[in-house]
Design a binder for this molecule. Structure first.
Ligand code: UFG
Length: 332
């Protein structure tokens, strides 16, 4: 039996495939390289010394997707095929609703057709909107997303809840990621945003490397210890391991739908990040304070206790590990 990983050549997908292979799982990847590169597949093999099946297809193509289910014995599906650029989703919402929401619906329909009913979904802390409380627990209200990307995550969560209500033979894990950063310790796979990065860590890395002149810190007048935004940065390898634990839970339990925060439970400010990065790399990160970025919230960090208790998972890597890994990947 194989685990089907959509978007398996992407940032979080590739790290999760490494953990799946290391755990002795058989993996089938589909990817259309819309935001990833074919070399990643070779690197996964290099890291793990293991092989997997690969299909270069768009998961929106129902006919080709069905072929994957025809040709393989799929036990469970992990869906990393979503678009994730917040700004682009504002410019082009239909692209996001089509790829993320229609894509998920098509995938779920196909799974249903082939009686594959274990699904792990990549959601985001963005579904909490302006958080009801900090640290955020899974029962906090969701909604009030500030961009179409976030709304696609919210819609898919709702679709999954409705699906489970209609058919309780499904097993579904909704994983709400906080802020994934870092890279594999080999330096062979990592995050490669196209164009100028919009997320903090990739931007900091490119300033340190001299590619970009300076970081714009979006506001220093938030109600936080140093005035800059606070987030729960999580090492992508910790995050990937969370998926393995979630899969094990779906295999053990009879059926159910479960939601977990995947975060560290610790919040760091933008300036904390800059400082940690400078300490670890010995590089200067030039920055200037600018206006707040529209749609940003002051503080967002998780209470990760539910995942710890129910999945036996917790993030173990430190902020220094994250900085070191992001820099290591850049240098390679
Ligand atoms: N920031 C800067 N300058 C930059 C980029 C970011 O000061 O150039 C600040 C932001 O204002 C924020 C923090 O750094 O305070 C983190 O910003 P990111 O863009 O890295 O991440 P966000 O928290 O805005 O968003 C991330 C993901 C989303 C996801 C969300 C979940 O990008 O996909 O976390 O909370 F939905």
């Amino acid at each position: 039996m194989s685990i089907l990983v959509t978007g398996g050549a992407g940032y979080i997908g590739s790290h999760t495939v490494v953990e799946l292979l290391n755990a002795g799982r058989e993996v089938v990847i589909i990817d259309n390289f819309s935001n990833s590169k074919p070399e990643v597949l070779e690197r996964i093999k290099q890291i793990t010394g293991k092989d997997f099946k690969f299909y270069e297809i768009d998961y929106l193509n129902r006919k080709e997707l069905e072929k994957v289910f025809e040709e393989n014995e799929i036990e469970a599906v992990m869906n990393f095929a979503g678009y994730k650029a917040v700004g682009e989703s504002v410019q082009n919402p239909l692209k996001y609703y089509n790829n993320n929401v229609s894509g998920a619906i098509g995938l779920l329909e196909t799974m249903n057709k082939y009686n594959v009913k274990k699904f792990i979904f990549s959601s985001s802390a963005t579904v909490y909107g302006e958080p009801e409380k900090i640290p955020i627990t899974e029962d906090c209200k969701t909604g009030g997303t500030t961009n179409p990307y976030g709304t696609t995550k919210l819609f898919i969560e709702q679709i999954l809840q409705d699906l489970y209500k209609s058919d309780e033979t499904w097993d579904i894990a909704i994983l709400r990621y906080f802020n994934p950063v870092g890279a594999h310790e080999s330096g062979l796979i990592g995050e490669e945003p196209q164009g100028i990065p919009s997320n903090l860590m990739p931007y900091v890395v490119r300033v340190a490397s001299g590619d970009l002149e300076q970081l714009s810190v979006f506001g220093n007048d938030y109600d936080t210890p140093d005035g800059t935004g606070v987030r729960d940065y999580i090492h992508v390898v910790d995050l990937a391991q969370g998926h393995i634990k979630a899969l094990e839970k779906l295999e053990k339990e009879k059926t159910g739908i479960y939601t977990y925060n995947l975060g560290t439970g610790v919040g760091y400010s933008v300036l904390d990040m800059v400082k940690a990065f400078e300490e670890v790399t010995g590089k200067k990160v030039k920055y200037k304070i600018v206006e707040r970025r529209p749609g940003d919230i002051a503080i967002c960090y998780s209470n990760p206790q539910k995942a710890k208790i129910e999945l036996g998972w917790q993030a173990i890597k430190t902020l220094k590990d994250m900085c070191k890994a992001s820099w290591g990947y850049m240098q390679k």
